[in-house]
Design a protein around this ligand. Structure first.
Ligand SMILES: Nc1ncnc2c1ncn2[C@@H]1O[C@H](COP(=O)(O)OP(=O)(O)OP(=O)(O)O)[C@@H](O)[C@H]1O
Length: 361
């Protein structure tokens, strides 16, 4: 089943020209610079914007074409924006149940207890909403949208108004929600870390057009990916997260590619994906490389990796594109001096060294 949108729109200097479709499954991130048309596209999908000649299909439901127009409230959507815009006179429960009560009982697929557990809201249910933090308010907004049992969730920068710490706290809830609810999501963001932690696929937009639509893995296979613009290249590893050992480190991933993740609150590091595994983001600049397995060293994670390719990056840096024993890609950023000194080449097996605390961020 696909979400399909075809739309053209001229608004002053801005032109939107989109003809695209993607599977209505998992999390699709719309990523691009400010003003490239992400919100306009989302509003067209939602039916908040009626553009002449546009076509919007959700599976075999036609929401808009030349002869058909389905109003926003009939599309069965969950909408969450940057600002939570909760109803101030109602408690958390009152807000959560607002749309639920207006959803016919035959269509209700999610109930208050499971949604409040998914979003960690159990202890807040009786609070007035003006006694909540920004992150808590946004979790209530997500819960309220979910409890309408939508067939599609549209999220327009739901984390953008939150500070970094709050954003880190809420991100695992968002990814758990994608997994547990089974509701497809469209997430607008210009934050690469949100895409890397949450998305299954990415649609890159630029000047009102679709530049690329690909899986997250494909998006990250390019050394010059727009996702690497802020913090440099990074990898996303998927695996099972084990229980903590006596030093507070948790094992992550299969044997041979196993990492120790030092995470007092693993929410900061790992996010669950819509397939149920845990996702770990590793910045390429946090990984070093050695030809031998160093013994007397504080770094705990020593992984055998094979170099697939070396890329010269702008700014006098070298990116090693490597794969681990389980086949997952691990990117490593080093200086040209190190690459030369170690005589690194494609096909070579080396040790990738990653500090456990680098996985705490
Ligand atoms: N109501 C409007 N009237 C005129 N121009 C508008 C209107 N709404 C949006 N625009 C213009 O349309 C273009 C696309 O805006 P849109 O909000 O879709 O971009 P965006 O990618 O979501 O940006 P941001 O990330 O900053 O939210 C921008 O140039 C914007 O100025």
């Amino acid at each position: 089943m696909n979400l399909q949108i075809k739309a053209q729109l001229q608004r002053g200097d801005f032109r939107l020209d989109v003809d695209t479709r993607w599977p209505a499954q998992g999390v699709t991130a719309l990523f691009g610079r400010s003003g490239c048309g992400k919100t306009t596209l989302l509003r067209i999908i939602a039916g908040l914007e009626r553009v002449r000649g546009a076509q919007v299909w959700f599976g075999d439901e036609c929401w808009q074409n030349d002869s058909q127009w389905v109003a926003v409230e009939k599309r069965r959507l969950g909408l969450v924006f940057q600002e939570a815009s909760l109803l101030p006179h109602l408690s958390v429960t009152g807000n959560l149940l607002y749309g639920y009560k207006r959803t016919p009982s035959t269509l209700r697929r999610l109930q208050l207890p499971e949604v409040s557990a998914m979003l960690g809201l159990e202890s807040l249910l009786s609070r007035p909403v003006d006694a909540l933090s920004g992150g808590q308010k946004q979790r209530v907004a997500l819960g309220r949208a979910l409890l309408c049992s939508p067939q599609l969730l549209l999220l327009d920068e739901p984390l953008a108004a939150l500070d970094t710490q709050t954003k880190r706290e809420i991100m695992p809830f968002l990814s758990r929600l994608a997994q547990a609810s089974g509701i497809p999501m469209v997430l607008i963001t210009h934050a690469p870390d949100e895409v890397q932690r949450l998305a299954d696929r990415v649609m890159f937009m630029c000047d009102g057009r679709v530049d690329d639509l690909c899986t997250l893995q494909q998006a990250m296979a390019k050394p010059d990916s727009p996702l690497f613009a802020d913090e440099g290249p990074s990898s996303v590893l998927e695996g099972e997260l084990g229980i903590a050992d006596e030093h507070g480190a948790r094992l992550f991933g299969p044997e041979g590619s196993q990492l120790r993740v030092q995470a007092p609150d693993d929410a900061n590091t790992c996010t669950q994906t819509s397939t149920g595994t845990t996702r770990l983001r590793v910045l390429a600049r946090d990984v070093s490389v050695a030809l031998d397995d160093p013994a007397r060293i504080s770094i705990r994670n020593h992984l055998v990796v094979t170099i697939r390719q070396l890329h010269d990056l702008p700014g006098n840096r070298v990116l090693l594109d490597t794969f681990m024993q389980d086949g997952q890609t691990l990117l490593i950023e080093i200086t040209p001096w190190s690459a030369q000194r170690l005589a690194l080449a494609a096909g070579q097996r080396v040790f990738a060294l990653i500090k456990s605390v680098a996985l705490m961020r």
